[in-house]
Design a binder for this molecule. Structure first.
Ligand SMILES: CC(=O)N[C@@H]([C@@H](O)[C@H](O)[C@H](O)CO)[C@@H](O)CC(=O)C(=O)O
Length: 308
């Protein structure tokens, strides 16, 4: 891992591999890291988040996975960010201390979503109590209102946040409210925060308003194609960047109509990478055979601008 390097570019929201009987399967993480680096050119990971079913895992499982990702990522990955959010503050704090102790490059926290913070001050108070348990580790707020139901605008949250959380480093912004994201970027130019977008099918729009990178599930298997989109965007070749965005969008639009979530992501990653990701954990249920056949056929039918 590369300490001090700013987090930018693509970050794979990692899947949690499971055995057919539903236990976590850290034994394939070494192969998974090598696959991301060599086949997808993705060198940053976000562990135990939504795609990783972090909130469906026990604290012990989350620690074990975090340890494996940090260990296998050493000298191969640039950043291993561990999501330590949970409903209970002491659990978040325990996970934050653990992430610091094992040498994670950052921690991220989701808003608690059963008893929800109702305003910025309550949310900051919660985040601050977690961040202060890992005082030397960069801290990211994980904003995902479609799942948490916590709709406090990030623009508001960021106002003066460094006074409360000196380690504050950026936001994983998994929402479609690009006005909020744009205001965050515009008002915090001097802060050097990282703004990482989390709705993969509209990443190009977020790049246009200044996002530094992206965290998402599709970078596990479409990382290389999305990297080509980032390169085209960096060279101001908008026509080419759009082609990549339209094609990843075409795939996602297709699978979303079939019913697409973490279970289906696990199935797609399994057939693309050949690494067995296993079933999801209840209440999620396995993708159907029909989904797998149709999703594979769709992905195979796409002709990418690089000729692949
Ligand atoms: C709701 C959801 O799962 N969103 C994904 C996206 O990557 C999403 O899978 C993608 O945009 C396809 O819709 C990420 O924002 C989640 C994520 O980064 C995570 O697993 O922590």
């Amino acid at each position: 891992m590369t300490p001090g390097k700013k987090l930018q570019g693509l970050v794979a929201a990692t899947i949690t591999p499971m055995t057919p009987d539903g236990q976590i399967n850290p034994s394939v993480i070494r192969q998974y890291v090598d696959y991301l680096v060599s086949e997808q050119n993705v060198k940053n990971v976000f562990v135990n988040g939504t795609t990783g079913e972090g909130l469906s895992l026990s604290i012990q499982e989350r620690k074990q996975l975090a340890e494996e990702w940090v260990c296998q990522g050493k000298d191969k990955l640039d950043h291993v960010i561990i999501h330590v959010g949970a409903l209970s503050l002491p659990e978040c704090q325990e996970l934050a201390r653990h992430a610091a102790a094992i040498g994670a490059s950052g921690i991220a926290v989701i808003a608690p979503f059963f008893f929800k913070p109702t305003n910025k001050d309550e949310l900051i108070a919660f985040l601050q109590k977690v961040a202060s348990e890992a005082p030397a580790v960069p801290f990211y707020y994980y904003h995902i209102p479609p799942l948490t139901g916590v709709k406090i605008r990030v623009e508001e949250l960021l106002d003066g946040i460094k006074e409360w959380i000196p380690t504050f480093q950026g936001v994983k912004f998994s929402d479609t409210d690009l006005l909020d994201l744009a205001q965050c970027i515009n008002k915090n130019e001097r802060e050097q925060f990282a703004f990482l977008y989390g709705v993969d099918e509209q990443l190009l729009s977020a790049l246009a308003i200044g996002a530094n990178g992206a965290v998402g599930s599709t970078y596990n298997y479409l990382g290389q194609k999305t990297n080509l989109m980032l390169q085209a965007f960096a060279k101001s070749d908008l026509a080419l960047a759009r082609k990549y965005q339209f094609l990843t969008g075409e795939f996602l639009n297709f699978v979303i109509k079939l019913g697409f979530g973490v279970a289906q992501t696990k199935a797609v990653m399994t057939f693309v990478s050949g690494i067995p990701m296993g079933p999801p954990r209840l209440p999620l249920v396995d993708a159907t055979e029909e989904f797998i056949v149709e999703a594979k056929a769709k992905l195979d039918s796409i002709v990418w601008p690089d000729g692949d």
